[in-house]
Design a protein around this ligand. Structure first.
Ligand SMILES: Cc1cc2nc3c(=O)[nH]c(=O)nc-3n(C[C@H](O)[C@H](O)[C@H](O)COP(=O)(O)O)c2cc1C
Length: 216
């Protein structure tokens, strides 16, 4: 990889700082503040987050999904329940979410427990999606091997024909999850790698948050 000069790529962060007092005592409220700032800064894919899950052999897997709701402290995203991530979450409910808002020199790490949303919540979001995405949820057996792109496109045509004259129902294999955090870390880049890291942690979902600073 030498030809990429990877060792020489570095950015010094100097935009902002993060104080304990500024973060307050409610990490969800502070997440909302940072999210609003990221939106205001017109970052692209501001709600894109890495979702890390673990399989039964304790191997980690990571991919991007979109944050589609924050209901109280429940970070919500939607996917195929039979996908790799769906199968992993069915067996290992602990997961992690990660936002990197590079233009703001900020990272947010969220770790907690994932459960499926109520059917009505999944229905409500599914029916708010464009019809093409609804058809896609039927046509794509997410994370299954398929022989060709043509097979997928043929399946799309079939479902388009099937639902041409009616509302597309939500497939039972497609819906939402919510992650309830047990820890949240707010990271603000600083000069010379002396970044600010303010963390919140609770031993269970009913416990109060403990707040502390970690060394960068
Ligand atoms: C910007 C972006 C947004 C994405 N959003 C979602 C999403 O909200 N839900 C989803 O199931 N997959 C989403 N994906 C695709 C996933 O990253 C992944 O490829 C897919 O969910 C299959 O993952 P799995 O095989 O680990 O289950 C997104 C990918 C990108 C790059």
């Amino acid at each position: 990889m030498d030809e990429l000069h990877l060792a020489a790529i570095r950015t010094d962060y100097s935009l902002a700082s993060l104080e304990e007092t500024e973060v307050g005592d409610d990490p969800i409220l502070f997440f909302r503040k940072w999210f609003a700032e990221a939106e205001h800064a017109q970052l692209s894919e501001v709600n894109a987050m890495t979702l890390a899950t673990v399989d039964v052999d304790n191997r980690p897997h990571a991919r991007i999904v979109l944050l589609k709701g924050l209901d109280g402290a429940n970070f919500q995203f939607f996917t195929n329940y039979e996908s790799h991530k769906g199968r992993q979450l069915a067996q290992r409910s602990h997961a992690a979410l990660l936002f990197f808002w590079k233009e703001l020199e900020r990272q947010v790490r969220i770790e907690g427990i994932v459960t499926e949303l109520q059917a009505e919540e999944s229905d409500a979001y599914f029916h708010s999606r464009p019809k093409g995405s609804q058809i896609g949820a039927w046509a794509s057996p997410q994370s299954s091997r398929i022989g060709s792109r043509a097979i997928l496109e043929e399946r799309v045509k079939q479902y388009e024909a099937q639902y041409a004259a009616q509302e597309v129902p939500r497939p039972a294999h497609w819906g939402g999850y919510g992650l309830q955090p047990l820890s949240i870390e707010f990271w603000q880049g600083r000069r010379s790698r002396l970044h600010d890291r303010i963390c919140f942690e609770r031993p269970d979902l009913a416990a109060p948050w403990e707040k502390y600073r970690l060394a960068p």
